[in-house]
Design a protein around this ligand. Structure first.
Ligand code: TEU
Ligand code: CA
Length: 559
């Protein structure tokens, strides 16, 4: 496998609105991020992904972009961004941005022009189509509910519609029109030329469309079919565009591209992440995919750590000889992992530490989502009015329409909603958890901030934060770096439901991770004898090949 500059690094996702507010308006910003670079350096991360910071009306929190080459004033200025890049670099941290190019905002000047004149050049950047038999062009359902088609503003009486796979305020961009692709590639190169190390690539498989808009057999009582099913059918078409994008942007810059690509089938993985693949790497969403939301988002099933283990082990083994996938536990679209995947008795700092060991020693570049490193859990919301997320509001509505009570609909959002992990970062036990001096923050502050915060953990050697720091340091330790970067992943046999054991193996050297999420101590027999490198709990004992782990703990052993 060809070696790349980013191999072996640990990445960190910042959700800019909620990381740190420098000017007291209740919203996180770039100068806030600059003020926390020392913290990130101390943690040891070397790659930071910023969720969108571009000009946006924030209907979908920045994933609706109205100007790709400008910073939204709520976050600061281009000068602030340049300083952030330079200051991060000085601390050995590379920055990657969010590339949201399946769609833009309806406030983007391209779409404004398209509405003013559906025959103009910019109108070709979008999918604008006539209705069929008095109906919208097809029966696809958008990710956020309702039809993917909306009447083109100003042309309602002309039976003209525009396509949006996500919110109505996010018109899809027409990748089949070459001049539009060239515009997007030039924009990507603008940021890469500035010194950005690469991109996280948003919702990218959706760029492929069937231009005859045939629709699909209904998958629900509304007569519609989820748009992602069409996307899944058209992945070969998307691939053509993605090779082109790589050749014209990422590749000449030796940039990293981390794609949000759902549902990639095993047979095509090499095209995505192999040595000549069109992406550097993709997130491993296999555990999250277990919970297909439609047809009933409100009928969610929790994913147990046992299921998580079996699913992730399979995807790790699948890519051993192909490339790397990025292990994640949570992000800005997911509830907090501790609350979502761990059994109740492990939804605490011990569980967060044990999980950290499992996640960070896996093969591939892990992404830590802000607050994960201090063991944040789901935020508790008392009413629908405390939510911001467009998706949460849609899901609430759908649940009520399906006959759930308000309390039931709220209970589900408290488990599943994207806002669970979007609340402000907890820096201290001061006002607004040290995130902002404002009277009100844009999203409520997590209920546990008095006890769960960075200040309380930073100098405590037994904290979740210190354990993350030690694990990241281990990945950089010259003695284990190669093994942890390129070593093969080998799933070991669990001897209890909530035990997660695996090995990493390179040139006859082994490293073992055993995590015990049971509510009782367990003994585990390792394949070979070794020494403990890191233990999440003082009571962990290793005698010969037998390791004893108390309830909710994890150990890293090397032979
Ligand atoms: O997400 C794309 C996506 O397919 C999902 O994870 C989606 O957010 C989920 O089904 C909704 O519950 C990306 C971004 O990560 C997300 O924040 C944006 O809302 C979305 O694209 C649109 O840009
Ligand atoms: Ca601010």
């Amino acid at each position: 496998m060809e070696q790349k500059w980013w191999h072996g690094k640990t990445a960190y996702q910042i959700y800019p609105k909620s990381f740190c507010d420098s000017n007291g308006d209740g919203i996180g910003d770039l100068r806030g991020i600059i003020s926390k670079l020392d913290y990130l350096q101390e943690l040891g991360v070397e790659l930071v992904w910023l969720s969108p910071i571009f000009k946006s009306p924030f209907v979908d929190q920045g994933y609706d972009i109205s100007d790709y080459q400008d910073i939204d004033p709520v976050f600061g200025t281009m000068a602030d961004f340049d300083e952030l890049l330079a200051q991060a670099k000085a601390r050995g941290i590379d920055i990657i941005l969010d590339l949201v190019i399946n769609h833009c905002s309806d406030k983007h000047e391209w779409f404004q022009k398209a509405c003013a004149d559906p025959n103009c050049e910019e109108a070709k950047y979008f999918y604008i189509a006539k209705g069929k038999n008095g109906q919208v062009p097809d029966n696809l359902r958008s990710y956020f509910g309702g039809s993917v088609w909306e009447p083109l503003p100003g042309h309602e009486s002309e039976d003209l519609y525009y396509l949006h796979y996500f919110a109505k305020a996010q018109p899809d961009l027409n990748w089949y029109y070459e001049p539009l692709r060239e515009k997007l590639f030039a924009m990507i190169n603008f940021w890469l030329d500035k010194g950005v190390a690469g991109f996280r690539v948003d919702a990218i498989m959706n760029i492929a469309k069937d231009l005859t808009f045939p629709g699909l057999p209904a998958d629900g009582p509304d007569g519609m079919c989820a748009a992602n099913q069409m996307t899944a059918k058209l992945s070969d078409q998307a691939a053509t565009f993605l090779y082109e994008m790589n050749d014209k942007t990422f590749k000449p810059h030796d940039a990293i591209s981390v794609a949000e690509a759902f549902g990639v089938n095993a047979a095509s993985l090499a095209n995505y992440i192999g040595d000549n693949g069109f992406f550097s790497t993709i997130f491993d969403f296999s555990a999250r995919e277990l919970n297909e939301k439609y047809p009933a988002y409100y009928r969610y099933r929790p994913v147990s750590i046992a299921k998580w283990r079996d699913t992730i082990f399979a995807s790790q083994e699948r890519v051993n000889d192909i490339g790397f996938m990025c292990p994640i536990f949570e992000n800005h679209d997911e509830p907090r992992g501790v609350s979502y995947y761990l059994p109740r008795h492990a939804q605490n700092p011990d569980g967060a530490k044990a999980f950290a060991a499992v996640l960070l020693m896996l093969r591939g570049m892990p992404f830590i989502y802000q607050g994960q490193e201090i063991g944040m859990t789901n935020t508790h919301f008392n009413s629908i009015y405390e939510f911001d997320d467009v998706n949460a509001k849609d899901n609430y509505k759908t649940a009520l329409e399906a006959g759930l009570t308000e309390q039931q609909a709220l209970d589900i959002l408290n488990i599943e909603s994207r806002d669970n992990a979007r609340t402000p970062m907890l820096w201290s036990d001061e006002k607004n958890a040290g995130f902002s001096t404002a009277a009100i923050t844009w999203l409520k502050v997590h209920q546990d901030y008095k006890t769960v915060n960075v200040a309380a953990q930073r100098h405590d050697p037994k904290s979740v934060f210190s354990f993350y720091k030690a694990l990241i340091a281990l990945k950089k330790n010259p003695e284990y770096k190669e093994l942890l970067t390129y070593g093969k992943f080998v799933g070991l046999k669990p001897n209890a439901e909530y035990v997660v054991p695996y090995a990493r193996e390179l040139n006859g050297k082994n490293l073992y991770v055993v995590a015990n999420f049971e509510d009782r101590a367990i003994e585990y027999e390792l394949p070979t004898q070794g020494k403990i490198l890191l233990a999440s709990n003082d009571a962990i004992k290793l005698e010969g090949t037998k390791v004893t782990l108390p309830a909710v703990s994890a150990v890293v052993v090397a032979d």
